[in-house]
Design a binder for this molecule. Structure first.
Ligand code: SF4
Ligand code: SF4
Length: 194
């Protein structure tokens, strides 16, 4: 008899636990039913990349001194610096420069260590092509000014999740001056100085 009562007790306990789990699962489902869709309708809508986003590299030919530091700090020795030595001026003359974005891992080392700051990361991320060889950018392609989501009249720019106000998950229909959650860098500096 005692054994039977124990079995009934265990069964009831498991039934209550199962009910609780089902309730938890359904609460998530019902919570999502109240939310608005957050789908970004690419390519008509695009997310604005974050400030420190590492996209396509921009190169300024006139600033480059052909020192090849970028090649040495690159984990895969990727940048190709083609130069010739000018005996008259005893200086290196840059002829061509290229980076293959089909291989680049966008680590930013070359940008960080370039002594003349002729390399910079841009917010351009849409580099898709049908032929991977077209991802090998020469100095002309690298020197092209970067595409900006906010400058494209055909695109609706949307803020990323981290730049949305607290509790807001959809970047649609937000007034332009809505503040994101958290402190701005200058406010953080001010707070540390106090
Ligand atoms: S580190 Fe900068 S200056 Fe030196 S070769 Fe590379 S891009 Fe040119
Ligand atoms: S971003 Fe990194 S992988 Fe790409 S070229 Fe520069 S150092 Fe090399």
């Amino acid at each position: 008899m005692l054994k039977f009562l124990k079995q009934v007790g265990d069964y009831a306990k498991e039934a209550v636990q199962a009910g609780r789990y089902i309730g938890q699962g359904l609460s998530v489902t019902f919570d999502h039913m109240q939310r608005r869709p957050v789908t970004v309708q690419y390519p008509y809508e695009k997310l604005i990349p974050s400030e420190r986003f590492r996209g396509r590299i921009h190169f300024e030919f006139d600033k480059c001194i052909s020192c090849e530091v970028c090649v040495r700090v690159c984990p895969i020795n990727l940048p190709v610096v083609d130069w010739e030595f000018d005996k008259a001026s005893k200086k290196k003359n840059l002829k061509h420069y290229s980076i293959d974005f089909g291989v680049c891992i966008f680590c930013g080392n070359c940008v960080e260590y370039c002594p003349t700051n002729c390399l910079s990361m841009t917010e351009e991320y849409d580099l898709c092509t049908y032929d991977r060889h077209q991802l090998n950018y020469d100095n002309v392609a690298l020197g092209r000014l970067p595409y900006k989501v906010t400058d494209d009249p055909m695109v609706t720019p949307l803020r990323e999740l981290v730049y949305l106000p607290k509790g807001v998950t959809s970047p649609h229909d937000l007034p332009a001056n809505t503040r994101g959650a958290g402190l701005h860098p200058e406010e953080l500096v001010e707070q540390q100085e106090k």
